[in-house]
Design a protein around this ligand. Structure first.
Ligand code: GLU
Ligand code: ZN
Length: 314
């Protein structure tokens, strides 16, 4: 099988240690197997994404030496690897789904149901729905005055997918409760839809990301299958957390790759640190990318099956 993995950052801030951790492990696993890497900018949320952050991501990745085969610029085989340039793909799939009755408009107020556009990371409320608008009549719909969001019409189903660290995961999805949002009331497509279409459409065979997104995966796998694509194999990686157990985020200071670089950290120092955290390197020392590739087989990185890895941040 030709391996195609992707690194899919949202350019909503500078890359921090938690982001480069995922990017590095994705890169290492894929390159050790001669696979291709796609860098996909997940910038559907136009309010939160900035061009300068996109440039920052490219700069940090290239400083680390993490190359990719398809990205926001240059060649690509399945449409641009930038979500804001893929709206026509999302729109045409959504209108096909609408024609088949696979999605329906939901007029519920935000206060009734909490809904999210971006990836629902751990600790953030996940949308749970009561199916209120599933069976509105055409007359009831016509009488509504507000713009609806759109939801999938989930069928009661069992979905299985493979995770490199967790093994086979099987979940039951419920009609109503798992009717996740695919388009927001303001017209923007939701993360769940965009990521599923992109992973399917771009022929992604392996998805590496933080295990805080594990709960989003059954819905995505269901949608990928429903749309006729091949469900990828997942690799939900442990999250780096600080000494208080809090996930690293862009809000914390001092942990962006840029700040570390400015403090004199070299790529080989960072690679050594990441391999150490991954359980592959007993004591900290600099490691080149070439050495990482040749001497650190992914299977030997023993800490990767943990839920969290504590990073001493000062
Ligand atoms: N763009 C998403 C995020 O930064 C990544 C989601 C994914 O890798 O599936 O949270
Ligand atoms: Zn509703």
């Amino acid at each position: 099988m030709d391996i195609r993995s992707r690194f899919a950052p949202s350019p909503t801030g500078r890359m921090h240690l938690g982001n480069i951790w995922i990017a590095f492990l994705n890169w290492l696993w894929t390159r050790q197997r001669g696979g291709k890497i796609i860098l996909r900018m997940e910038d559907i949320d136009r309010d939160r994404c900035r061009k300068e952050y996109e440039e920052g991501i490219l700069e940090d990745l290239s400083w680390m030496g993490l190359d990719f085969d398809e990205g926001p610029e240059g060649i690509y085989s399945y449409g641009p690897a930038v979500q804001s340039r893929r709206y026509d793909i999302y729109d045409s799939i959504l209108s096909a789904m609408e024609k088949k009755g696979h999605i329906y408009p939901c007029y519920c107020s935000r206060s009734r149901i909490h809904q999210v556009l971006s990836a629902p990371h751990e600790g953030e409320a996940r949308p749970v729905y009561d199916g209120h608008c599933r069976n509105l009549t055409p007359e009831e719909r016509a009488s509504m005055t507000k713009n609806p969001c759109w939801r999938v019409r989930m069928e009661e189903s069992t979905i299985s997918f493979t995770d490199l660290f967790y093994g086979t995961i099987t979940r039951t999805l419920k009609a109503g409760a798992d009717d996740f949002v695919v388009r927001r009331a303001d017209g923007l497509v939701a993360y769940q839809l965009a990521v599923s279409i992109d992973d399917g459409e771009m022929g992604i065979t392996h998805v590496f990301r933080g295990n805080d997104l594990l709960d989003s995966t059954p819905g995505q796998a269901w949608l990928i299958q429903k749309l006729g694509y091949q469900v990828p194999t997942y690799g939900h990686l442990p999250l780096l957390v600080d000494t208080r157990g809090i996930r690293l985020s862009k809000r914390q200071k001092g942990i962006t790759v840029r700040e570390l670089r400015n403090r004199g950290l070299r790529p080989e120092d960072l690679i050594g640190l990441l391999l150490h955290l991954a359980g592959g390197l007993p004591e900290l020392r600099p490691v080149s990318l070439k050495e990482a590739l040749e001497d650190f087989p992914f299977e030997k990185l023993t800490a990767l099956q943990k839920k969290h890895i504590v990073l001493p941040v000062s």
